[in-house]
Design a binder for this molecule. Structure first.
Ligand code: PLP
Length: 449
């Protein structure tokens, strides 16, 4: 039997359980194909045979249309750090909703939101809002270009910064997906993450044309890989020594401390990009930084850069964001980081006991399993040395056991969770990995030992 046939045979067993448990989801997705291509509306949440359709969320639980109860370790890709329906956030939304949801004038509370963010992130002297992390990245890059008068941007291999065309380079695919113009790569430079020598060389060689270096606080989409050996500080110093700006993308990493990873690693970027967890669960984004740089957007600037958006800082989103940030205190963050570290320890001991050479990478409340025997610190190791068949089966088996993780294999801890939830995730992973071990021995022997 070939590896492919063996995997297919094994998958059927796991898929059969999934199909039985989620028959209503299947019907809904099948029917939706009449209007939505193959029923998918967000590629990052799609997996085969189809994703369970969720009916509701409650704290750290999600319930699908068949009534299955899942512990939600996806946190909507890390954004639902408070879980679903946090009472303070719900209250803020309900108070605001009868008073209007969008108007072409700034709501007063948006300035409070700005103040909270600037106070939490001292490098962010001025901030502006938008509706997603993608937009925040786009407008931060625009600010850097407007301020420096230079066009080139250096990004790190595997760093995901949303769906803005030039940022789609090197995020796990060997060639660009269709639909991106060749010009997307124009003015873009790329070096491996955590590689100081490559970054320094590229920055020095391009300093006269390079507007900014953009980097994630923790490499999220590539697998929750933290920066190593003062990498972020090194980027800051090297960029500044060469008159280049540093943009820190904290869309994922903000939740790791009250001031994001810049607080953890002592870094002072020129611009910071935010999204996900800053929004209290509603769509939101923000970008900000040094006041001289952000002044390019001042309407009183002699030739302002352009930033608009029909749904910028709408009152309901602002109410949820402000309430959510007030709940996301230093104590709450410390607690979920602690739970995340014990999850990592628990998962790693399961792997060690079973002698499976996979590894857990992450920081605090964000942890990921990598089915690779190679040390994981760059995107190429994370994307191209893992066994994707085993990851897929691990993911679907956990779904069958009521543990909802993204199919990429990360675990995001939210504030409604406690030790009981962490223990459940470790136990379900132990059960799954014990079941999978004979298959791993057969088709991925490099992972045993
Ligand atoms: C680090 C990072 N930056 C930017 C984005 C884009 O954010 P959004 O999906 O809100 O557009 C993401 C999304 O996952 C992200 O992980």
């Amino acid at each position: 039997m070939t590896k492919k046939e063996r995997v297919a045979e094994y998958s059927r067993k796991i898929e059969d359980i999934y199909l039985q448990q989620t028959s209503k989801s299947r019907e809904i997705i099948e029917d939706a194909k009449r209007f939505v291509p193959d029923g998918d509306m967000r590629i990052s949440i799609w997996f085969e045979p189809y994703p369970a359709v969720m009916a509701k969320g409650d704290g750290c639980h999600l319930y699908d249309e068949d009534g299955n109860d899942y512990l939600d370790f996806s946190n909507n890709w890390t954004s639902m750090v408070l879980g679903n329906n946090n009472p303070r956030v719900v209250e803020a939304i309900c108070k605001q909703a009868p008073m209007g949801s969008a108007m072409a004038a700034p709501p007063k509370r948006a300035y409070e939101w700005a103040q909270i963010l600037c106070e939490r992130i001292p490098s962010m002297e001025r901030v502006r809002f938008c509706t997603s992390g993608t937009e925040a990245v786009m407008f931060a890059i625009r600010a850097a270009r407007a301020f420096t008068g230079k066009d080139k941007i250096l990004k790190m291999e595997g760093n995901y910064h949303g769906s803005y065309d030039p940022m789609e380079m090197t995020v796990g695919w060997r060639r660009l997906p269709p639909g991106l113009p060749k010009s997307a790569e124009l003015d873009m430079l790329v070096v491996p993450f955590n590689d100081k020598i490559a970054a320094e060389k590229m920055i020095k060689e391009n300093k006269d044309e390079l507007a900014a270096v953009i980097v994630e606080g923790v490499m999220g989409a590539a697998g929750m890989i933290p920066p190593e050996d003062d990498y972020l500080k090194f980027l800051e110093e090297t960029a500044h020594a060469n008159d280049v700006l540093l943009i820190l993308d904290e869309v994922i990493s903000f939740r790791l401390s009250t001031g994001g990873t810049q607080e953890i690693y002592g870094v002072k970027p020129d611009l910071t990009v935010l999204g996900k967890a800053i929004g209290g669960g509603l769509p939101s984004g923000a970008f900000g930084g040094r006041k001289e740089v952000m002044a390019v957007y001042s309407p009183r600037h002699k030739h302002p850069a352009h930033h608009a958006g029909t749904f910028v800082a709408t009152p309901i989103a602002v109410a949820a964001s402000v309430a959510g940030l007030k709940e996301l205190t230093a104590e709450a963050i410390d607690r979920i980081n602690g739970l995340g570290w014990s999850l990592a320890k628990g998962l790693q001991s399961v792997l060690d006991e079973l002698k499976i050479k996979a590894q857990i990478k992450g920081y605090g409340s964000l942890q990921q399993i990598h089915f690779s025997p190679e040390p994981i610190s760059t995107a190429s190791t994370a994307f191209f040395t893992i066994d994707r068949d085993i990851l897929r089966l691990f993911h679907l088996s956990l779904m069958n056991k009521g543990i909802f993780i993204p199919n990429r294999g990360f675990f995001a801890v939210s504030t409604p969770m406690g030790e009981a939830e962490i223990n459940r995730a470790v136990e379900a992973s132990a059960e799954t990995l014990t079941e999978l071990k004979p298959l791993i021995e057969e088709i991925a022997p490099q992972l045993i030992g």
